[in-house]
Design a protein around this ligand. Structure first.
Ligand SMILES: NC(=O)C1=CN([C@@H]2O[C@H](COP(=O)(O)OP(=O)(O)OC[C@H]3O[C@@H](n4cnc5c(N)ncnc54)[C@H](OP(=O)(O)O)[C@@H]3O)[C@@H](O)[C@H]2O)C=CC1
Ligand SMILES: CC(=O)[C@](C)(O)C(=O)O
Ligand SMILES: [Mg+2]
Ligand SMILES: [Mg+2]
Length: 336
């Protein structure tokens, strides 16, 4: 049976009208939620820690800022959008003491609730609204009049209103312009981690890097390798995004399409799919979450090492030079 999809016309915004929504944090997701909700006509306060470097940016965007404790105390809905690894401590210190019965606690990703790192009190509603895309793009598509798909889940319904509030919230950030469907904290957490690791982030970056290195190591010019294996990815993916595989394959040459069928399965093999199943299993058992939290608790030695290794890679240095010469590629720093 096909999933029930929710669009603007299916969702009543009354459950969050005349309520105050506290957005905790002002990073990638948070600035987009705060600005989109405000532009959709809802009351928003941004909750930031003492001395936050984001305070000025939020105020410049015309948003009211308060301490996390005060924002929680004032608000009806508290959306926690700081990094997953930092959420439990901030929740315990600054949110939980002010989270009185009848309020709603919300998340953009189910990680901490699903893995039992945050246990909300029985008297509050708990839900998630997870837009399926990066925060900066959530803001960009909203401002362009478009929307980003999203999924929502109710973890706890104390007031009988949790589901309606979650849907209204999803509409407020623009997700029902594109399509929203219901999930569970477990399904959102596991599919989101799997997607970002195997396909969207880990899969795509490592596929590009392997292709680039193969060409450069064989003596081809790095600039050609960059255009071929990175820049053109967007052009191909834009066609897939708009028209599916068939539409993309209609646009490419028969030569490319033939090579797609012959070579694709040599690159993404049965072994790759078996590895994907192992990756999914590590997510389901909590093994990945444990590894992430352990690295975070020691100050991210592994993650910082990977970041710095890549910074000086030819793919990044040549890419920066080439992008600088393309005036149509935005040179603006990301807003937050
Ligand atoms: N990034 C994305 O596109 C997506 C993220 N999500 C989920 O959204 C949530 C937020 O992720 P993301 O937007 O990437 O987060 P960011 O890393 O962009 O969050 C940065 C913000 O968090 C604040 N912050 C960081 N640490 C603390 C702390 N210890 N106490 C108080 N405030 C803190 C920062 O405050 P300051 O300004 O003071 O430094 C800053 O405002 C996560 O649950 C994530 O999984 C879901 C979908 C996509
Ligand atoms: C942008 C998004 O959807 C991710 C990849 O799941 C995330 O940033 O966590
Ligand atoms: Mg995601
Ligand atoms: Mg994610």
């Amino acid at each position: 049976m096909a999933a029930k999809m929710y669009y603007d016309r299916d969702v009543d915004t009354a459950p969050i009208e005349n309520k105050l929504i506290a957005i905790i944090g002002y990073g990638s997701q948070a600035h987009a939620h705060a600005q989109n909700l405000r532009d959709s006509g809802f009351n928003v306060v941004v909750g930031l820690r003492e001395g936050s470097s984001s305070r000025a940016k939020a105020e410049q965007a015309g948003l009211r800022v308060a301490r996390i404790e005060d924002a929680t105390r004032e608000a009806d809905v508290v959306m926690l959008l700081i990094p997953d690894e930092n959420q439990p401590a901030t929740y315990t210190e600054s949110i939980e003491p002010h989270l009185t019965d009848g309020k709603a606690l919300a998340f953009g990703h189910g990680f901490n609730v699903h893995f039992g790192r945050i246990k909300p009190p029985a008297g509050v509603d708990v839900f998630l609204v997870a837009p399926k895309g990066p925060g900066h793009m959530l803001r960009r598509v909203y401002a362009d009049g478009a929307g980003m798909p999203g999924i929502f889940a109710v973890g706890q319904d104390a007031t009988g209103q949790a589901r309606d509030i979650a849907l209204a919230y999803a509409r407020g950030i623009g997700c029902t312009r594109a399509g929203v469907l219901e999930t569970t904290f477990k399904e959102e957490t596991e599919t989101d981690l799997f997607g970002e690791q195997s396909v969207l982030c880990g899969g795509v970056t490592h596929l590009i890097q392997a292709g680039f290195e193969t060409l450069v190591d064989a003596g081809y010019q790095p600039e050609i390798a960059y255009f071929e294996t990175l820049h053109e990815v967007k052009l191909i993916v834009d066609l897939i995004y708009e028209k599916g595989f068939e539409g993309m394959r209609h646009s490419i040459s028969n030569t490319a399409e033939f090579g797609d069928y012959v070579t694709g399965p040599r690159i993404i093999t049965d072994e790759t799919k078996a590895t994907m199943r192992d990756v999914l299993s590590d997510i389901q058992t909590g093994k990945f979450a444990q590894r992430f939290i352990e690295d975070a608790e020691s100050g991210f030695p592994y993650m910082n090492g990977e970041r710095s290794k890549m910074r000086d890679h030819k793919l990044e240095t040549v890419g920066k030079e080439l992008r600088d010469m393309m005036p149509f590629i935005s040179k603006k720093e990301l807003e937050v």
